[in-house]
Design a protein around this ligand. Structure first.
Ligand code: SF4
Length: 326
């Protein structure tokens, strides 16, 4: 039985997040996103900037209120708006590792205070117990206990991201949202952080939503991959299958435009580049949201919104495209 076949640890059904921008202007950041993640599964979420990936991660764990839809975590329906008491209860079990290791750490707090803050807020551990656990986690992420008294500016970008990982994982969460955890780092340290996350995932049995725009990185770390475009999921399936045999025209272009890590391979590669920019999510029109950029667009695409449906002949794949629908 694959991870994806087990009952989900977390599941969103029709998750929707709109922001109001003054009179008659609604930003459709997320529209009806239904995804499930099984225990110990890593679901990768890819798409261009502005596709709604981060909004999905934040809305899923309650950092944004939902506009519509439901989230069920470990069999319990989460509230649309959190009461602080509920948030505290769930904060222990759901954590987020943020994109930017420069701005996500409070520069006025020591590393020990930053990593131990969650334990101080959400447990009855004594100061000595918290210090001991912080020291243990500093070692676990490749730093050392002496770093506890230092401040974030004394560390490199890769080290700060390790501090961010320790801050999230010291809570021993069941579910972690990694929001572009390596995109602010030098290429040379990206692999180190990914290997650290991979090792921690295996040792802790974590379940993760891994958000990134680098498809080859997502393929490497994820069991399944979902592709988002303008607030909706357009394709989902086993990560290798989506990467090597994409079905949705947007995924095909995204894979074709994904740079190869090896510069020599990249120079000789027949890459495809996506036309234009992702459209504005304000007052989105009916029809396929990719129609304005799709090389395979048909008349029906401009009037009817395609549903995300399983492909009859490809196991485990769902695609939202009229090319595959009667
Ligand atoms: Fe292209 Fe039409 Fe498929 Fe949208 S539904 S991706 S416009 S072919």
């Amino acid at each position: 039985m694959s991870d994806a076949d087990r009952s989900p640890l977390i599941e969103s059904m029709g998750l929707t997040k709109h922001f109001t921008l003054g009179k008659n202007q609604t930003v459709h950041a997320l529209d009806g996103v239904s995804l499930s993640i099984a225990p110990r599964e890593i679901l990768g979420l890819v798409g261009e900037s502005g596709s709604g990936k981060s909004t999905y991660g934040k809305t899923l764990i309650g950092l944004h209120d939902k506009t519509a839809g439901e989230v069920v975590f470990d069999g319990e329906k989460l509230p649309a708006r959190y009461h602080p008491r509920d948030f505290q209860r769930h904060a222990r079990r759901m954590q987020m590792i943020f994109q930017d290791p420069y701005s996500s750490l409070n520069p006025r707090m020591t590393v020990g205070e930053i990593i131990g803050e969650g334990l101080r807020l959400h447990t009855n551990d004594s100061g000595a117990q918290i210090r001991e656990r912080v020291a243990g986690w500093l070692e676990r992420v490749g730093l050392n206990g002496d770093h506890m008294a230092r401040y974030p500016h004394e560390f490199s970008g890769g080290q700060r991201q390790r501090i961010g990982i320790a801050r999230a994982l010291i809570m021993e969460p069941d579910f972690v949202v990694c929001d572009e955890p390596i995109s602010a780092l030098d290429v040379s340290v990206q692999a180190q952080v990914i290997n650290l996350l991979d090792a921690l995932k295996k040792s802790m049995g974590l379940t993760m939503l891994f958000i990134a725009h680098d498809l080859s990185m997502v393929r490497y770390v994820s069991d399944r991959m979902a592709v988002m475009y303008l607030g909706t999921v357009v394709e989902i399936g086993p990560a290798n299958d989506v990467f090597f045999k994409p079905k949705h025209p947007y995924t095909e272009i995204l894979v074709g435009s994904n740079p190869e890590p090896d510069p020599e391979t990249e120079r000789h590669r027949d890459s495809t580049h996506i036309r234009g920019e992702i459209p504005s999510p304000v007052n989105v029109k009916p029809g396929c949201r990719f129609a304005g950029r799709c090389p395979k667009v048909m008349d029906v695409c401009r009037s009817t919104t395609p549903e995300l449906l399983p492909l009859a002949d490809v196991t485990g794949r769902e695609v939202a495209c009229h090319l595959y629908q009667d």
